[in-house]
Design a protein around this ligand. Structure first.
Ligand code: ADP
Ligand code: MG
Length: 330
């Protein structure tokens, strides 16, 4: 069934959750929101383009989940509590079925984190989804990239590299992203790519603990490199300390995983720094938010990120992350 713009907007509006701090939601020229006293507004935007950020055959429900997840991940890395979002859809045709399926992925994740859709835009064009997510953080408490200190530990959540491995398997036609994989290990990897988990609770728990934080969207080294550049420090990552992937092991893909876990993006894990005196606190955080945290290295004086291998040799790889314009020398 094909609908006009207003029919599509109505289908989306029906699904949005209510929040007491929305004075005026979808339906006027703009939304009216009432931020809480003493809170700072945290705002982020991320766009997903078909064929660039997801394979064209990705199911609309997975696109809906991921478009919101990548934005929630940016709020998480700031230590923010999600509140509101807007959704800009560019659709090749006004397909009600596509919008319903997109909503099947988008709204369950939105509801999980209490983020309400307060507006957006719907246009015809190549498939593209742009979301602006807004959250709140107690004034002065946001996790930023510029606070890492010499001597801090470097931590990462989850298993970076698994989404990149799934993407590599798709590129080799060894994984179909349009359906569940029969094999449990392959399905685990597919879901890391299709349905990343934004680490919102972890980000909130890291307030007052982490000195700097970033979400791993472009690759562990590249994103840790952002912390180093903004903080004016260097990072040493110990290869032997990087989290292993049981799924990669089971699928017999351990070897290809080794480089992906430092260079591949799309995991949406959090990488953060914290003083060694807070190791015990972080073990308690890990238990309370039920997300594995691994200490992978330390911050030192200098510039750049290096990975130290088992033999103590240095693999300098600080520019391995995903860069859309790298072929233009940017
Ligand atoms: P305008 O022309 O004034 O920008 P629109 O016709 O684009 O208004 O949108 C009408 C209402 O529907 C607005 O409140 C807008 O925020 C909302 N809206 C439009 N597209 C979307 C969408 N994809 N998701 C959520 N809200 C939307
Ligand atoms: Mg509009």
């Amino acid at each position: 069934m094909s609908l006009d713009e207003f029919g599509l907007i109505e289908r989306i509006r029906r699904r949005t959750a209510a929040r007491a701090d929305i004075v005026l939601g979808i339906g006027d020229d703009a939304a009216l929101l009432q931020p809480a006293a003493g809170q700072q507004l945290v705002v982020t935007t991320d766009t997903l383009n078909s064929g660039v950020h997801f394979p064209a055959e990705t199911p609309p429900a997975d696109i809906g989940w991921k478009a919101l997840a990548v934005n929630l991940s940016d709020l998480a890395s700031m230590g923010a509590q999600p509140a509101w979002c807007s959704l800009s859809l560019s659709l090749p045709d006004a397909s009600a079925q596509w919008v319903e399926q997109f909503a099947e992925g988008f709204f369950p994740l939105a509801d999980l984190h209490g983020i309400a859709l307060i507006g957006g835009d719907t246009t015809r064009g190549p498939l593209s989804i742009s979301i602006t997510a807004m959250g709140q953080v107690t004034a002065g408490q946001a996790l930023r990239r510029d606070g890492a200190q010499v001597g801090d530990d470097i931590w990462v959540s989850g298993v970076p590299g698994e989404a990149g491995l799934a993407l590599a398997l798709w590129q080799q036609q060894a994984l179909d992203v349009s359906r569940s994989a029969g094999d449990a290990a392959l399905e685990h990897l597919r879901l890391r790519l299709a349905r990343p988990t934004p680490r919102v609770e972890l980000g909130l728990a890291l307030q007052g603990v982490a000195t700097a934080a970033v979400d791993v969207s472009d690759g562990l080294l590249a994103d840790l490199g952002h912390i180093c550049a903004r903080s004016g420090v260097a990072a040493d990552v110990l290869e032997a300390a990087l989290p292993a992937s049981p799924a990669a092991d089971q699928a017999g893909l351990c070897k290809s995983f080794t480089t992906l876990r430092i260079g591949a993006g799309d995991d949406y894990e959090l990488c953060f720094t914290a003083p060694p005196a807070l190791r015990q606190v972080l073990h308690e955080t890990m238990a309370s938010v039920a997300v594995p945290l691994t200490r992978i290295g330390y911050i030192r004086a200098g510039t750049g990120v290096q990975v130290i291998n088992q033999e103590g040799g240095v693999l300098v790889a600080s520019r391995q992350g995903y860069n859309h314009f790298s072929s233009f020398g940017a």
